[in-house]
Structures are given as C-alpha cells and as structure tokens.
Design a protein around this ligand. Structure first.
Ligand code: GDP
Ligand code: MG
Length: 178
C-alpha cells in the first residue's frame, strides 16, 4: 500500500552487457514476455524492448532496455548504449569463469565511461546449471561489493530471480541510497 509517499512514474534507460552466449537476450525475453526460447537467435548489434514494473508503493518504473551483442566487433558501439543509462546489468554465466572475467572488463568500462550514479547489477545467469558451476557465489558477491554493485544469480530458463533482479533495480532507482 501507499505509505504516505507520492507514487512516481519513473523511466530509465537500462543496458545489458556481457559476453556472447551468457543469456542476456533470454533474461530480457523472460522479463518482458515471460518466455524462454532455447532456439533464440544471436543478437546482432543491439535490440530494444521496454517493460513497466509496478512496485508495492505503486511507483512504476518503465525500463527502456538495450540488449547488446557481446561480440568483439560490436564492442566499439557499446558506449552508445551505456551513455545516459541509469542502470546496467552485467551478465556472466556461472559455468564460465571466462565470462566472469569478461564481466569484470565491462564493469571497468562502466566505471570509466558510464554515469557515476548508474545502478549496476552483476548477474550470474544459468543458475539452473549449478552442477557445472565454475564461478562461486561468494567470489561474485565479494567482487560486486568492492565495486558498489549488487549481485544476484538468475536462470532465464527456470525464471528464477528474473523479476527480483528488475525489482531490485527499480527499488534502488525509486529510493536512491544516500
Ligand atoms: P546472449 O548472447 O548473452 O544474448 O545469450 P542468449 O540469450 O542468446 O543465450 C545463449 C544461450 O544460452 C542460448 O542457447 C540459451 O538457450 C542459453 N541460455 C540462456 N539463459 C539460460 C539459462 O538461464 N539457463 C540455461 N541452461 N541456458 C540458458
Ligand atoms: Mg543476445
């Protein structure tokens, strides 16, 4: 319920970054359409989708989502997508330590070139493949804390933590920490 605060209608540009194949497009499709398509196509350049989320205090947050391609040949375009972004989701695959290294590269890029008050989430996707885990939750969490991000593990396949991820971003946008 509305606890005396004015409900707000917020809008935020959100960018997804991370290695190719970690599940960025599947995370977006799960959030926006509630679907998982195991035959989804490789993103070329970038794609745009939007989705509005309502919080418990009836604040709404409209996410304008830029889902980028992870391929090297598009890396030079990335600044176009994270420029002016209020939030970024940096994704790795929990079964690939190489993708975790790549995520750290993107975090540094955002720290160098992104807006200083950008909300950043570090997302370990494919949590359903925990039997093949090669990045520990603790390492990811410690890295995130050192870099003033929050971390969460998701599965676009099972939908685990997908809504929670966007809700956490929405909450941080609507109630910026001092
Ligand atoms: P992107 O290049 O980061 O956009 O990755 P995609 O979203 O295209 O996904 C790459 C591959 O990983 C596809 O074959 C997906 O079906 C698969 N995938 C994505 N998310 C998950 C997940 O949460 N669990 C599992 N097991 N596979 C996933
Ligand atoms: Mg993609």
């Amino acid at each position: 319920e509305n606890s005396g605060t004015d409900p707000k209608n917020l809008r935020v540009k959100l960018v997804l970054l991370g290695d190719s194949g970690v599940g960025k497009s599947c995370i977006v499709l799960r959030f926006v359409r509630g679907q998982f398509d195991p035959t989804s196509k490789v993103t070329v350049g970038a794609s745009f989708l939007s989705q509005t989320l309502a919080l418990e205090d009836s604040t709404t947050v409209k996410f304008e989502i830029w889902d980028t391609a992870g391929q090297e040949r598009y890396a030079a375009l990335a600044p176009l997508y994270y420029r002016g972004a209020g939030a970024a989701i940096v994704v790795y695959d929990i079964t690939s330590s190489e993708s975790f290294n790549k995520a750290q590269y993107w975090v540094k890029e955002l720290q160098k070139h992104g807006s200083p008050d950008m909300i950043m989430a570090l997302v370990g996707n494919k949590a359903d493949l925990h039997d093949n885990r090669s990045v520990s939750s603790q390492d990811a969490q410690e890295y995130a804390e050192r870099n003033t991000m929050f971390s969460i593990e998701t599965s676009a396949k099972t939908a685990d933590n997908i809504n929670q991820l966007f809700e956490e971003i929405a909450k941080r946008l609507s109630r910026p920490t001092p």
